[in-house]
Design a protein around this ligand. Structure first.
Ligand SMILES: [Zn+2]
Length: 204
């Protein structure tokens, strides 16, 4: 897929998620893999409802050095959380896209949960990559938030399993990923529904 196609895809998904309230007040980040060691990621502090190609940075997955932009020029810089995207690409060669949201459901559930949210018995869990049955629990680890992002990345790495598709940072938001941006965006939508179900079930 061309850089232009990846750019168009990221801008469209960012607009949609911003409209749904999942990326409020410039928060959240989205990225896609461009090659074995490069990713295209949103610059820090930009309104996710009004991104332009200059707001997308080509970044080295190993060093997080900015190699270029999807636009003509950029004044943008990667957010500190770019390291969490890079860690997922380094961890899994099949990871093609990562979406990080600050949606209210993920934030509230992450504060109500202990060390993981276990989604068990939900038909819609089959919208998650690799899940084919409703009766095999999907474990979404919850890690404590930390402004020391390398320490946070280490804590995440210790908690992820080979088949993980998402994690929550307590009081902060959701990270989810998949082979393509379409998969990662579908995970945001599916997990949003499933977390809403969990919150309603817990409120009974
Ligand atoms: Zn964040």
């Amino acid at each position: 897929m061309s850089l232009d196609a990846h750019t168009a895809g990221l801008l469209a998904v960012a607009r949609t998620l911003h409209r749904r309230g999942a990326l409020p007040a410039t928060s959240g980040n989205l990225s896609v893999r461009l090659g074995p060691r490069t990713m295209l990621v949103t610059a820090s502090g930009r309104d996710k409802g009004a991104l332009v190609p200059d707001d997308l940075l080509v970044v080295d997955v190993d060093t997080q050095e900015v190699l270029g932009t999807a636009g003509a020029a950029t004044s943008g810089r990667p957010s500190a959380e770019t390291a969490l995207h890079a860690a997922l690409y380094r961890r899994d060669g099949a990871c093609g896209a990562v979406v990080h949201t600050h949606d209210a459901g993920s934030t509230v559930l992450s504060m109500a949960a202990d060390t993981a949210v276990v989604l068990d018995g939900y038909e819609l869990a089959k919208a998650l990559h690799g899940v084919t049955r409703h009766d095999v629990p999907v474990v979404v680890p919850v890690v404590d938030n930390d402004q020391d992002v390398p320490a946070l990345a280490d804590a995440v790495d210790r908690r992820l399993a080979a088949d993980s598709v998402a994690y929550l940072i307590r009081g902060h938001g959701l990270y989810t990923w998949g082979p393509t941006l379409t998969d990662a965006a579908r995970h945001v939508e599916a997990l949003g529904f499933l977390f809403d179900c969990e919150l309603r079930r817990r409120a009974r």
